[in-house]
Ligand binder design. Structure first.
Ligand code: UTP
Length: 410
């Protein structure tokens, strides 16, 4: 257990002495709680604020990577379907729903999956996802274990909501929850924000830690016991998300690749999506803001964009490879966010604009730890309806349109 003196020393080393400013005013329980929080902070994250030291974000040499296109998929339909369905029927697949994010852009104060996209009836985001997964389990006649990652902030609400709604008809024996880690939030000078005199501001540390959190929750043993070989990882916010898609699974297995990523053809060179490509001859995702104008506009002989395939946060990873790369560091991304906190007068304030940084690792960086990844092209309007914002691009409105287009009554 960390003592006050130990805490002082650690904080002095990282220039964070202000955390103990009100220590004398706290009750014994609050004091213990604050010391425990200090003990649990990964202060090495703060080193990433120093751009020079944060060399793990430096990029290598990019090259385009071709996808299995919708045409290829149509001509191999039967084979992919059979191989994928066999894998599901034999219990070799599981799904991981990443639902630990805070969804700040949507501005909904509950877990994003609890958002009702229905108009004349209730239709929740979680419900859309489970309906999509049920189509596969009905077709296969086998359940797919579903692991749901939440955060300390939204775990209780998420579990209660799914319980209340009887898991939207999914057999709860096949659903497990696990809680991701948190990271401290800092101001633009790198000082950790306080939420109150006894509580440090922290937020979920990105979706990149999903596998280590799953392992720490003791769920890997279960996954191995069940004989699961492939894990489909996906985001909560795409209401048309196809989960454990047998064709995708079949295509990745047939390709012999270690992993796969669902991709959409970019609508225009400057579209703001990360592109699945090669970096130093290994699969990788290059963000749109990292691409030079030449890269953005580069075309192949057939006139198509060379960096064409945007990722949608739906990946297939092999359990064996995940175990091999477990423990390898992922780059830490520093993200500007609005961070509600206690100001210097001890008042709790909610900022209007970004006022600091959060630290996140990202699942897309796991792709670069693989030797191969199959980009699998899907039809955008059938499978991609993300809800990031309340209005405009990737919003509740655009997702509703796409749901209707796909015959889903709202
Ligand atoms: P986003 O990048 O959209 O982040 O997450 P967010 O935190 O949910 O939303 P904003 O940026 O604040 O508006 C993509 C996916 O990764 C999950 C989200 O729940 C979503 O499914 N995620 C994100 C986590 O599981 N944990 C995190 O720490 C962050």
């Amino acid at each position: 257990m960390l003592t006050y003196n130990d805490a002082e020393k650690i904080l002095a080393e990282y220039g964070q002495e202000h955390i103990l400013k009100y220590f004398g005013e706290l009750t014994k329980t609050e004091q213990r709680s604050l010391l425990d929080q200090i003990e649990n902070i990964d202060f090495s994250l703060l080193d990433n604020l120093d751009k020079e030291k944060n060399s793990n974000l430096k990029r290598g040499v990019f090259k385009p990577l071709d996808a299995v296109t919708t045409e290829d998929i149509a001509s191999n339909r039967e084979d992919y379907l059979k191989v994928g369905l066999d894998a599901i029927k034999n219990g070799k697949t599981a799904a991981v729903l990443l639902a630990g994010g805070q969804g700040t852009r949507l501005g909904f104060d509950k877990p994003k999956g609890m958002f009702n996209v229905g108009v004349n009836r209730e239709l929740y985001i979680f419900e859309c996802l489970i309906n999509n997964l049920k189509k596969v389990t009905d077709m296969a006649g086998t359940m797919v274990p579903l692991y749901i990652m939440t955060s300390e902030i939204n775990n209780r609400d998420t579990v209660d909501f799914l319980e209340e709604h009887n898991y939207f008809g999914y057999d709860k024996e096949f659903v497990r929850f696990f809680i991701q880690d948190m990271a401290p939030a800092v101001d633009f000078n790198g000082k950790i924000y306080m939420e109150s005199k006894s509580k440090i501001c922290s937020s979920p540390n990105g979706n990149g830690g999903w596998f280590s959190s799953l392992v720490r929750a003791g769920l890997l043993d279960e996954i191995k016991e069940k004989g699961v070989e492939w894990i489909n990882v996906f985001a909560v916010d795409n209401v048309l998300q196809q989960i454990a898609d047998p064709m995708f699974i079949g295509a990745v297995i047939r390709s012999g690749c270690e992993s796969g990523g669902k991709v959409v053809s970019k609508a225009a060179p400057e579209e703001k999506v990360g592109v699945l490509c090669l970096e130093d001859d290994k699969p990788s995702i290059v963000e749109y803001y990292e691409m030079t104008p030449d890269m953005l506009n580069l075309r192949k002989e057939n006139g198509q964009l060379a960096y064409k395939y945007g990722v949608i946060l739906n990946y297939l990873f092999s359990v064996e490879k995940l175990m091999n790369i477990y423990g390898n560091d992922l780059p830490v991304h520093i993200v500007e966010k609005k961070i509600p906190h206690m100001d210097e007068n001890g008042r709790f304030v909610t900022p209007e604009k970004p006022n600091g940084h959060k630290f996140e690792t990202l699942v897309l960086d796991m792709v670069h730890q693989h030797d191969s990844c199959l980009p699998y092209e899907m039809v955008r309007n059938k499978e991609f309806a993300p809800i990031k914002n309340a209005k405009g691009v990737d919003s509740v409105e655009s997702a509703r349109e796409l749901l209707k287009e796909n015959g889903i009554e709202l």
